[in-house]
Design a protein around this ligand. Sequence first.
Ligand SMILES: [Zn+2]
Length: 303
Amino acid sequence: MIDVHAHLGKVMHGYPALTAEKLLRFMDQYGIAKSVILPLVAPEEEDYYYTTEQALADCAKHPDRLIPFANMDPRRGQNDGSYDFYPVLKEYADSGCKGFGEILANLPTNDPRMKGIYRACGRLGFPVVFDFRWLRTSGVTDPVGMPFLEECLKEFPETVFVGHGPSWWAEISADVTAEQKKDYPKGPLVTPGRIDHLLATYPNLHADLSANSAINAFSRDLVYARKFVLRHYKKLMFGTDRFVREEEPVMIDLLRNMNLPKEIETAVFTHNAEHLLNLPNGAHSFVPTSPEEKNRRSAKCKQ
Ligand SMILES: [Zn+2]
């Protein structure tokens, strides 16, 4: 398995730091071969930054397990959309970064400052991970129906956009309201939702299945969620977004309990990420080495 959405560092006041050692133990426990480390650099989101340089340094100690992404605040430069992100991002790419994100700046998806990032990432082949939301006035914003995202999908066909976050997953239901996009809406789905249409229409749109927002969306209607995965499985990637509360990866069981065809399950858990990030194949057959995990697995087999 590959987790395309993981975090490290001391980012929130009052919580212990997320260390690479703890993350590796967690990965071993759940059979996760590799994790993508997303730096966090939005002033409205964290108490402390976890920078691209820190991600590169942490990942360099575990190159077979941890994959660094780059991150820069869209308001870099003169905060007017004129900044050229390419030179710095090219340096990060040359240092080993495989993508960009996650973006938590509280800006509209189609803001000129955001477009500067998409332009540079398209040139570098960096997928861009977003956190779409309104919660606590952080995260990227888009009105109901995500017209700003659609504008950018058309304008930057070379750039891969990866959807994530409450305001993205709220759009799994066609009757979503602006108020619901601020939250984790409950209740049955009216289908197909807007993200169904966007994923079907734009080859450069993908999504990660990380965090409570994806778990909440799928849990609203597991029968529909299974159909959603079957329709879009080539563009969906497993992730955890394990954060300061060190949440358990509920999505693993949620996907396994869907009884998907094996090749579809493997695509979502592993192969799509390998393909998108140009990683060597092999994470699917990862066998954790920790004795606890070996015991846990053999106990599970005997059940
Ligand atoms: Zn995250």
